[in-house]
Design a protein around this ligand. Structure first.
Ligand code: ADE
Length: 231
């Protein structure tokens, strides 16, 4: 999988992409993440990338030319399955969308800033708009990092225990059951006896029951969503 990220602030990705599982995924070649500074594509002598909105109003708008230039350049090099724009207006991210995206080969993620990008970019290039929740961030970078993190861990071989991604919360529209590790007792707080019983079938049943009970209690809305959400 190759992910091209178009941003005005490439350094914002240094933290999230240089640690732990994403770092390993990049090093082992499971994913290639290429950052493009949109400012490098500005033809303006001051490297300007934004301008006042037509019709007036507060805030600046990211101009069409530099963004179109990066996208055209990338599209001339390879084909893309998806050109995404991170925006609070977009489809709210969930595990089903992440599952779909994890099957793509090449994708572009455009991060907006200020008042957003010129609408013509959205109309003519963007294939999917994604929001990570109903709140407004200062820009699309943190949202893009969330998308990349959630989908890279689904690429086969990225998480060493292959089954662990499948037993995540949300993978079956259920929250994950509680987990425990040693010591079996701390401050008098005991791990449930069933987990120490060695009886695998009973343990599996207990976990299923717990997942369902937790979902009913904490996120009953997930149980109404049905199969369509799983992607
Ligand atoms: N950009 C600003 N806010 C955002 C959000 N909630 N999701 C995705 N991109 C954003």
């Amino acid at each position: 999988m190759r992910i091209d990220i178009l941003t005005l602030f490439p350094d914002m990705f240094q933290g999230p992409f240089s640690e732990s599982i994403i770092k390993r995924a990049v090093e082992q070649g499971s994913v290639e993440i290429v950052l493009h500074d949109i400012r490098d594509y500005s033809r303006d002598k001051h490297k300007q990338v934004d301008d006042y909105p037509f019709g007036g109003g507060a805030g600046m708008v990211m101009q069409i030319e530099p963004i179109a230039a990066v996208i055209e350049q990338l599209k001339s090099e390879r084909s893309y399955d998806e050109i995404m724009y991170m925006s609070p207006d977009g489809q709210r991210l969930n595990q089903g969308i992440v599952n779909q995206l994890s099957l793509k080969d090449n994708m572009i993620i455009l991060c907006g800033h200020y008042k957003g990008v010129d609408q013509r970019i959205r109309d003519h290039y963007i294939t999917r708009e994604i929001s990570i929740g109903d709140y407004v961030l200062t820009g699309g970078e943190l949202a893009a990092a969330v998308v990349v993190d959630s989908l890279v861990r689904l690429i086969p071989g990225v998480i060493s225990d292959e089954t662990s991604a499948l037993s995540d919360s949300f993978q079956d529209n259920l929250l994950a059951p509680p987990v425990y590790t040693r010591p079996a007792e701390f401050n008098g707080w005991r791990v449930p006896d069933i987990l120490l019983s060695g009886h695998q079938a009973k343990i599996d049943q207990w976990r299923e029951d717990q997942a369902l009970a937790r979902t009913k209690k904490l996120r009953p809305d997930l149980l109404d969503e049905g199969e369509g959400e799983k992607g």
